[in-house]
Ligand binder design. Structure first.
Ligand code: CTP
Ligand code: CA
Length: 223
């Protein structure tokens, strides 16, 4: 049967996964965004589904194809992603793998801004909603397990630990995305899982393997 869920330790669990970048329009042809292929989020969604979870996959414009068998919710901007996540609640767990643009352009133009020699556009930015923080701090209907990501270039563990405390999520999956690591845009990842029990660094492995290991940990935590 098309769409039938695999039976596994996450059968009966509903999990939201955000993935990919968001695009914040400047005008109809231009945008600002974070770098993200969506590969790690896609792999996590696939791994959760393989363990039997019902996965709501809220994805910005990614460069990899979405996984099969998920409830696919394509979005463009951070504000659309927030609305889609809130609409997908309640859920047993939520994994925030998206690289959400921190700012959007105020007063994005409905028509293409024409280039005029010597006249540079000046843009004003507004802060986007922090979806992970909002869901982590929900007084009612908070998923039992909220997992955030922290892609850092400096002081990875310290920054990610502070980020976990600031946002109020249960786990942070931290990684070093300094150019020298070659992680950004590649097929491998080297992550540290930060939780109440401390920081646990996993060996560098394929993004699919990271995803399977994380999905297994989520299954352990949700029983
Ligand atoms: N996140 C989110 N909504 C945002 C920004 C981030 O849900 N508006 C989530 C990301 O999906 C990720 C986590 O928060 O799981 C951390 O994102 P990150 O960009 O590392 O954290 P920021 O708080 O935005 O800090 P900074 O970019 O300054 O490091
Ligand atoms: Ca950010």
């Amino acid at each position: 049967v098309v769409g039938a869920l695999a039976d596994g330790p996450l059968t009966g669990k509903r999990i939201i996964v955000t993935s990919g970048p968001t695009h914040e329009p400047i005008d109809p042809v231009r945008y600002i965004a974070n770098r993200s292929s969506g590969a790690q989020g896609t792999a996590i969604a696939a791994a959760l589904r393989a363990l039997g979870a019902e996965v709501v996959f809220v994805t910005g414009p990614a460069s990899v194809a979405p996984p099969y068998g998920v409830d696919l919710v394509p979005v463009e901007t951070a504000r659309e992603m927030r609305a889609a996540v809130l609409a997908a609640l309640p859920a047993d767990a939520a994994v925030f793998a998206a690289a959400v643009a921190d700012w959007r352009v105020v007063g994005a133009s409905d028509s293409k801004i024409k280039k005029v020699a010597g006249a540079l556009p000046v843009m004003e930015f507004a802060e986007n909603p922090d979806i992970l923080a909002e869901v982590s701090q929900m007084a009612h209907g908070r998923p039992a397990l909220v997992v955030g990501f922290a892609a850092e270039t400096d002081d990875v563990i310290r920054n990610a630990t502070a980020k976990r405390a600031r946002k109020g999520c249960d786990w942070i999956v931290a990684n070093d995305v300094s150019p020298a690591t070659g992680i950004m845009g590649g097929s491998e990842n080297a992550v540290t899982l930060i939780s109440d029990s401390g920081a646990e660094s996993w060996p560098r492995m394929g993004k699919d393997a990271v995803a399977r290991q994380l999905a297994a940990r989520i299954a352990d935590a949700l029983v």
